[in-house]
Design a protein around this ligand. Structure first.
Ligand code: AP5
Ligand code: MG
Length: 196
């Protein structure tokens, strides 16, 4: 298997690049944000619980997200690999993911982090908020809260993978196609290395 994490702050282009990457590499896209929004749309108990956190720009509790990922794995047993988008977002989630992948006798091949300035991120998210219907995009205070949460709770995940020598930054500003080429170049290099 080849498993990849696309890392980066809210609005850095994880979803945009993931759509292109899964098509090119045949990976399964696992976006915890998309899964949670689907739970909300389906009005499940999990969705109802998650909504109150998401509307405020806070993280959904680790055990809820990890349980959801575990069950997603159960439904996608025969895959070439996963592309993780918006997960893991805390060190506890990263440790849980390492364990779940170990059970499948595989691991994370690389963590690619999209680097984008905060000014550009706010611009992108407010712009998307005009049409996305995402409650967490329309209000600048909630967007700023998401950045604060990212900085406090998610940046330590970068250190977790830096220690494992798996972390790599990619410039996330410029055209979507140009960024896609840089990401593909980084992936192709990793794919040439021996892996499990
Ligand atoms: P999630 O859905 O993961 O959102 P996010 O991380 O806040 O990031 P976004 O989806 O907003 O941005 P993106 O990086 O995907 O960028 P995109 O491609 O859309 O999480 C939402 C919430 O769910 C969290 O706040 C939390 O509450 C909860 N949650 C999710 N996962 C969780 C977890 N693991 N643990 C706990 N809670 C969790 O691009 C953004 C915009 O920019 C788009 O309009 C796009 O068209 C545009 N754009 C993209 N690329 C470019 C470019 N190169 N130039 C110009 N514009 C661009
Ligand atoms: Mg996204």
């Amino acid at each position: 298997m080849f498993n990849l994490i696309l890392f980066g702050p809210p609005g850095s282009g994880k979803g945009t690049q993931s759509d292109k990457l899964v098509e090119k590499y045949g990976l399964i896209h696992l976006s915890t944000g998309n899964l949670l929004r689907q739970e909300i749309a389906d009005k499940t108990p999990l969705g109802l619980e998650a909504k109150s956190f998401m509307d405020k720009g806070q993280l959904v509790p680790d055990e809820v997200v990890i349980g959801m990922v575990d069950s997603y794995f159960d439904h996608h047993k025969d895959t070439k690999g996963f592309l993780f988008d918006g997960f893991p977002r805390t060190v506890a989630q990263a440790e849980a993911l390492d364990k779940l992948l170990k059970l499948k006798k595989t691991e994370i091949a690389a963590v690619l982090a999209l680097e984008v300035s905060e000014e550009e991120l706010v611009k992108r998210l407010l712009n998307r908020g005009k049409t996305s219907g995402r409650s967490d995009d329309t209000n600048e205070a909630v967007i700023r809260k998401r950045f604060a949460v990212y900085s406090n709770e998610t940046t330590p995940v970068a250190e977790h993978y830096r220690k494992a020598r798996k972390f790599q930054s990619v410039k996330g500003e410029g055209s979507v196609d140009h960024i896609f080429s840089s990401v593909c170049e980084a992936i192709d290099k990793k794919m040439r290395l021996p892996r499990v």
